[in-house]
Ligand binder design. Structure first.
Ligand code: ADP
Ligand code: G3P
Length: 498
């Protein structure tokens, strides 16, 4: 029977399982949403049992569909929402608390205090990240300080910490393997991205005992065996990467200067900088892109908190569109002489501004403004925010024309031709949308397939990447300049901290 790879894509709102055949094309999928918990404003939790339950249910469905097609699973790959923290008891495997999700802001004050003490330089230099509640370290400390007895148990080595990949790996292997990969480790703010080791100074800074940390492995590696009791057969786990890094791999962005952007609820833009980490002077993040055969490749990353979320707000909050896709139709009919800007700072602004207190605004409306101009402003806000990240990346990477010469797009919102054209116009570079849009799962599948000898080395795999549609920039420089100037003025009215 032809071999295939089963991938778990454990995301923020749903878990998906996708099987890739011998030619690395998707052949079977399953998806399941799970509950989100918001105990207080700004807090976001998941029940780890839900993450495991939906992992099993979707994997079983996808596996059965693949078996029906005569395929046999050679290995498992895992990709996951990053930074989210799970802590569990090593003896029972039981989590000591709900998972604290990457979006959770409960440790904002702890981060502000550390910043006040001048700790950000160490964090940035060693981990490549910033002092922000987004990352795992302060979430771990919060759990150790708020769950009764947890700190003492962690120090005695009784508790294990993991990002979601690590927790699923523990479950699949029945507690035999406590490991993660270098991309997930690089999102914790505890990992020295230069040496590839957990860092004792960062552990001391955040108050995290070393005894609770997983072992860090390559992205394509032997991660142990999923016990037969889970999926009906014992399966080797051979690939792990955080979801944005997995998308970079799935988009075959292996050369320095290549960029992918995933336009989902938010948007994540990553630029491959090769085997040297590049320290950003524009408050972008430096992160591990992937680690293969002990060799780390790096990326600089910027994130936009509201991309598709703005479209959802027009649909579910304002009720001025019936479907996401309608926004593109309305934008196409809008009046080009109206200069309306929407800054979707619903939960503050991400890179490169990082203002958690900024709140959204709409400027430039007149009595003649209709939902068409509002829809256009919503879609254009994604293009302007992408431009802000790409400009910062081009300046940081300093590679002239080679940096971000093209953006490879994916994610649900990449379905919007109008938005992709607008992004191309604003960044003044082509946007390519690939044939296989399941780039995140493909990236993890590629890693597991590479380790299994099923898929070829990166250079060969990259040749199998095919563009479905290229969006070529078509806006004249004067129009672009005027529009971007208007956007920057709108941002200035939004940002609270200059
Ligand atoms: N045709 C479209 N036009 C505009 N936005 C769209 C379109 N199709 C999907 N979206 C947006 O894409 C987002 C879903 O993308 P997805 O990658 O599934 O998100 P996530 O993985 O973050 O849950 C939604 O916010 C939706 O509004
Ligand atoms: O689960 P997603 O696709 O929303 O991705 C979440 C990111 O990994 C957070 O850093």
């Amino acid at each position: 029977m032809p071999p295939a790879i089963l991938v778990i894509d454990q995301g923020t709102t749903s878990t998906r399982a996708i099987v890739f055949g011998p030619d690395a094309l998707p052949v079977a999928t399953a998806q399941e949403e799970f509950p989100q918990f918001y105990p207080y404003p700004g807090w976001v939790e998941h029940d780890p049992k839900d993450l495991w339950r939906t992992t099993l249910s979707t994997a079983r469905i996808a596996l059965a569909k693949a078996t029906d097609q005569g395929l046999t699973i050679a290995a498992l790959g895992i990709t996951n929402q990053r930074e989210t923290v799970v802590i569990w008891d090593r003896k029972t495997g039981a989590p000591i608390h709900n998972a604290i999700v990457w979006q959770d802001r409960r440790t904002a004050q702890a981060c502000a205090d550390l910043k006040q003490d001048g700790a950000e330089a160490l964090v940035q230099k060693t981990s490549g990240l910033l002092l922000d509640p987004y990352f795992s370290a302060t979430k771990i400390a919060w759990l150790l300080d708020h769950v009764s007895g947890a700190r003492a148990r962690a120090e005695r080595g009784e508790l294990a910490f993991g990002t979601v990949d690590s927790y699923l790996l523990w479950q699949f292997t029945n507690g035999k393997v406590h490991a993660t990969d270098a991309t997930n480790a690089s999102r914790t703010a505890l990992f020295d991205i230069h040496s590839g080791q957990w860092d004792t100074d960062l552990l001391a800074l955040f108050g995290v005992p070393a005894a609770m940390l997983p072992e860090v492995r390559d992205c394509a590696a032997e991660f142990g065996t999923a016990a037969a009791s889970h999926l009906g057969e014992a399966l080797p786990i051979r690939g792990i990467a955080g979801d944005q890094q997995a998308a970079l791999i799935g988009q075959a962005c292996f050369d320095p200067g290549m960029v992918k952007s995933t336009f989902g609820t938010g948007a994540f833009v990553l630029l491959n900088t090769g085997t040297s980490p590049v320290a950003s002077t524009h408050r972008l993040l430096t992160t591990v892109a992937y680690q293969l055969k002990g060799r780390r490749h790096y990326a600089i990353e910027g994130s936009i908190f509201a991309a598709g979320a703005t479209v959802q707000w027009l649909r579910d909050g304002l009720g001025i569109v019936r479907s996401s896709a309608e926004t593109g139709q309305l934008a196409a009919q809008s009046d080009p002489d109206q200069h309306v800007y929407l800054v979707p700072a619903f939960v503050g602004l991400g890179a490169p501004i990082w203002d958690a207190d900024a709140r959204g605004t709409i400027v430039g409306i007149t009595r003649g403004t209709t939902r068409r101009e509002i829809a256009r402003a919503a879609l254009e806000s994604v293009a302007y925010q992408t431009l802000d990240l790409v400009e910062a990346m081009r300046a940081d990477f300093n590679a002239g024309d080679g940096a971000a010469a093209v953006i490879r797009a994916d994610g649900g919102m990449s379905a919007s031709d109008w938005t992709m054209q607008s992004v191309a116009d604003m960044i003044d570079a082509p946007v390519d949308r690939p044939v296989v849009l399941e780039t995140t799962a493909l990236g993890a599948g590629y890693l597991a397939g590479l380790q299994s000898g099923l898929y070829p080395e990166p250079e060969i795999f990259a040749k199998a990447w095919h563009c479905d549609k290229r969006f070529t920039p078509g806006m004249d420089a004067a129009t672009r300049h005027a529009k971007v100037t208007g956007w920057r003025a709108a941002i200035a009215r939004t940002v609270l901290k200059p």
